[in-house]
Design a protein around this ligand. Structure first.
Ligand SMILES: [Zn+2]
Length: 76
C-alpha cells in the first residue's frame, strides 16, 4: 500500500477535501483537469468543459487512518 496525499479542492482559498476530478480535452489541443469539492463542482466542471467533453472521476481519498499526524511508516 502506498501513501496517498490528501487531495484538496482546486478552487482558490477552498480548504475542503476534493470529491471529484474533472478532465477534458487532449494534450494536442488543450488539456484541462481539476479537482473539486461538493460545493465547487459546478464551477470547476464549467471551467473544465471549455476544453471539450468532461470526464468525471471520483477522487480516491486516503483512508481516515492515514490522516493521523504520525502515520505508520512502511516497512520495505
Ligand atoms: Zn471547493
Amino acid at each position: 500500500m502506498t501513501y496517498t496525499p490528501t487531495i484538496y479542492c482546486s478552487r482558490n482559498n477552498c480548504a475542503t477535501l476534493a470529491t471529484i476530478e474533472y478532465s477534458a480535452g487532449t494534450v494536442d489541443t488543450e488539456l484541462r483537469r481539476a479537482v473539486a469539492c461538493d460545493r465547487h463542482r459546478s464551477i470547476v466542471r464549467r471551467w473544465t468543459s471549455r476544453a471539450g467533453t468532461v470526464t468525471a472521476t471520483p477522487v480516491d481519498q486516503p483512508l481516515l487512518g492515514q490522516l493521523v499526524l504520525f502515520p505508520i511508516p512502511e516497512v520495505p
